[in-house]
Write a protein that binds this ligand. Sequence first.
Ligand code: ZN
Length: 105
Amino acid sequence: MHGFWLAGHLGNFLTMTPRPAPHVIRWFLRTFGFGGITLPPWGVFILAERINETALVRHEQRHWLQYQMLGARRFYLHYLWYTIRYGYRNNPLEVEAREAEVSTA
Ligand SMILES: [Zn+2]
């Protein structure tokens, strides 16, 4: 799963400035224990109190890049399928986003 095809060499070229999560999304994030969520085509939403966490922002921005590469429909379908097939932690899109947290690639 390491080095997923979505080409780390594109790096953080295509980014989306994170926005504080509006209330319904905030409720969702808190209920399920997430710090942020990427919802193409609307944007990247992060809990207001965590919006300066670099790793979290990088993680969500990598999901945004995945959306840019796949398109919204395929992003959601891949995400859903990979989560069913591999589980949340081992979903290749999640593995890649976690790798991007600590990398400048
Ligand atoms: Zn993620």
